[in-house]
Design a protein around this ligand. Sequence first.
Ligand SMILES: [Zn+2]
Length: 501
Amino acid sequence: MTDQAQTGNDDRADLLIRGADRVVVFDAATDNHAYLHAADVAVRGGRIVYVGRSYGGTAQREISGRGMMVMPGLVNLHSHPWSESMNRGFGEDMVNPCLRCTMYEHKPGWGDDREGWRATANVAYAELLRSGVTSLTDITTPYDGWIENFAASGLRGFAAPMMRSALWSLDREGEKVSWNWFADDGRESFARGLEAVDAAIAHESGRMSAMIMPAQVDTCSERFLQEALEAARKRGIGLQTHACQVLPEIREMQRRHGLSPVAWLQAIGVLGPDVTLSHAPFLDHHSWLENEENDDPGDLRRLGTAGAHIAHCPTVLTRYGVMLEDLRRYRQAGVGISLGTDTAPQNMLEEMRLAAVMARTAARDPAAGSTAAVFEAATLGGARALLRDDIGRIRVGACADLVLVDLTHPSMAPGHDPLRCLVFSAAERPVKDVFVAGRQVVKDGRVLTLDEPAAATTMTAANRRALEAFSKFDRAERPPETASPPVLPLACEISGKQRKA
Ligand SMILES: [Zn+2]
């Protein structure tokens, strides 16, 4: 690896990281990352201007890279910051045996409380930043002040306002899902979404962009999806939609069209290198579907041929007993792999660990999910889905989105391969400093751009309100403690004999 320098070293850099033990650099020859030992990284105007052995210029601010690894900020392609942190401790043990998923069950974070949404989002943004995320796709029901709040987090933001032609509802028994179509086919929802997309793209920070997000493949009409892709292409941005995520959706799409969701998307012209399917475990080869053509994975071929991507979020799948079968097969078929944190925790490094472990488990092969493959998915994979060649990598000209990992942190000892230690053992603990566009947003593990404890306090108060209102939204008007019983019984129910002892 030779030094990369865009200009002479005479110009003063804004920031110089001098003498880092390791830098994870982008190697254009392999279109992937490589380790560079003992190197400098210089930043000017929010971009990387030097990566190499010895920066000859001066800098306004110089920090020592001694004992540090500099890696590119992680690119998270799928997250719902407005709601999911408020569902912590509530939904994880929920079981709906009829549907084999709990997606349609009401949860506290899904109420209509703007103050709660903002606080919950700030809790998530902080957690994401501390786990090294610098680019975030924020999939949200658009609300007033959302884009401003998102931008204020300091993240490089990709606003993905959910838009749809229909809403789900679940019957009282929790057995049957219904699709309730809007009379206007979602025109109003579409217009509101586009407004948020354009506001993000035009944001004065220059740090914000967007994805077009028809919410789910089964809640959007054919015309809606086609126009959504047209809107994405007009703006040069990607489209993402939840697809092949639960069994009721697969059955419904079969009933409507006689096709798998992927085959239908292909038939209506909504697949391509600018299309990402969120989750997508239930392609037509998945063992739960018991399709006869199991040996001919048509959906994988369709996605791979189109150059489409998936946003893989293993925590939310495996929590409810679902396995993506399997990540290596998707890669081999040519499907782009990116990662996201669909649920709480919003910890990208833990998500990477689970992605590697589950890839091996699903393939029944310990070689099936390497650290290199999940690191690529969490950086370059996300960037490709966002149609960006200037994020998720450290090279001259790329955005200065950088993460400094403290190699001397006890969780990183004894110092074998740093990325492997980070993903398999340490997670966010040694993440020391984070920069987005050259601006420091995390210092010594603490988020500088927002008040994380205050956000948690506000979220807790909003959660109390959400629990009070819970039964109004629940399918059977159940109180929250019935919908999600406590992990342990209350101590007053202990028998008299035990109490005496
Ligand atoms: Zn999602």
